[in-house]
Design a protein around this ligand. Structure first.
Ligand code: MN
Length: 402
């Protein structure tokens, strides 16, 4: 199974990857393509020419209709794309519909329904607990019994490349007598993984941990930008609000679950054993390596396989009360941090509570400065023996608008 697409075989975007995205070429309507090597395959005309029954789903400006087809249809579509890109017989018909990535602009890939953000890394939660509550146990009593989460703001989920305007807001540090208003002085990142719902549920229905693959379409990189000073003052007692809602960036490529078949690993271990509705069997974790680069310098390498709670447990938990999910609903893992300092997924942890500046090339940082550019990169084992890449997530900080 070797692709004929020039430069694609053996690359991070070989036929074992094939993420989907929404692209637009000059003077054309945005539509759906699959990435192969450094090209995007324009699926709509190829599907129409091949009389594919579901050809219409590729003429949309979001992946939602494709995602709503469900797992069986999506597996069939994937097999069809692999055949197109590997069999020499149809090459002459397919090749004209391969467009160099340099000639297209990528758009927001999905219409996001509801958005939930979890807090599933034990190392991240322990670091944050130790920084903010040094005299107490690092984890709060509920943490190992349920995947803690909150509802975020879906309307401000933006595609990779979108400029991030430094938020204004209210904050009060211990040295301030009264709250003050101004640009956030503690702007931060959270390196996370996002999961998108393909097939929804009815109100009252629950998704079991075993139902994860039937209801989840795919995975994407996600940066949960966070204004820590705004967050620290506002979050009591109801949780994150304006310190998070100004922007969440996602990759423009969505990796279908099937591309991660070789990436499943055992969870690090759960003690105490979770309640029955949260129990998982077999390999429920994902071996996805993350790299955080600031202004071109790698500052951290968070390992997703170190996450305590699995994505299947997150989906089971967020529907266990009967709350329904819809195609396009998005949930994120929470900051991914590994056990050692070089694996921390936020500036809050890298600077250990703004106390220890860390190196960014020949500069130092506590928090993000105007003009800083953050790039999150993700790779995973592919089914062809190499590594596949998830779409990267980039964002540059623009000055606050006073
Ligand atoms: Mn987060």
């Amino acid at each position: 199974m070797t692709t004929w697409v020039p430069g694609a075989a053996g690359s991070a975007y070989d036929v074992d990857n094939l993420p989907y995205g929404v692209f637009v070429g000059t003077g054309e309507e945005p539509r759906i393509g699959a990435r192969i090597g450094d090209h995007v395959l324009d699926l709509a005309p190829v599907a129409a020419a091949g009389l594919l029954e579901v050809a219409h789903v590729f003429r949309h400006q979001a992946l939602n209709p494709l995602m709503a087809l469900g797992r069986a249809h999506n597996d069939a579509i994937r097999r069809w794309i692999v055949a197109l890109l590997t069999e020499e017989t149809g090459r002459a018909d397919v090749e004209p519909h391969l467009i160099p990535l340099a000639d297209v602009e990528m758009r927001m890939p999905i219409e996001v329904g509801d958005y939930v953000d979890f807090y599933a890394s034990e190392h991240h939660a322990s670091n944050v607990g130790t920084i903010f509550r040094p005299e107490q146990a690092p984890l709060l009593p509920n943490w190992k019994h349920l995947p803690v989460g909150y509802h975020g703001r879906s309307g401000t989920v933006v595609p990779s490349g979108t400029e991030i305007i430094r938020p204004m807001g209210q904050r009060k540090t211990p040295s301030d007598d009264e709250p003050v208003f101004g640009p956030s002085a503690r702007l931060d990142i959270e390196a996370e993984l996002g999961f998108v719902v393909g097939i929804g549920t009815e109100l009252g229905e629950r998704v079991t941990t075993g139902g994860f693959a039937d209801h989840t379409f795919g995975v994407m990189g996600l940066n949960d930008w966070s204004a820590r000073d705004i967050q620290a003052w506002e979050y009591v007692p109801l949780g994150p609000f304006l310190g998070k809602s100004f922007a969440t960036s996602i990759s423009t490529w969505v990796t279908p679950l099937a591309a991660l078949d070789a990436a499943w690993v055992e969870l690090p271990g759960q003690d105490p054993e979770p309640l029955p509705y949260l129990q998982v069997e077999g390999r429920a974790g994902l071996d996805i390596a993350i790299e955080v680069a600031v202004n071109g310098h790698v500052v951290s390498r968070p390992p997703y396989r170190s996450m305590y709670w699995s994505p299947a447990q997150m989906l089971a938990h967020l529907t266990v009360n009967g709350a329904s999910v819809r195609t396009g609903d998005l949930w994120a893992s929470g900051t991914v941090s590994g056990p050692v300092a070089e694996q921390r997924g936020s500036f809050l942890e890298l600077s250990w509570g703004w106390r220890e500046p860390f190196a960014v090339g020949d500069q130092e940082r506590l928090a993000l400065e105007d003009g800083d550019e953050v790039v999150l990169r993700y790779t995973a084992p592919g089914t062809l023996g190499g590594r596949i890449a998830l779409g990267e997530v980039t964002g540059r900080i623009a000055p606050a608008r006073p």
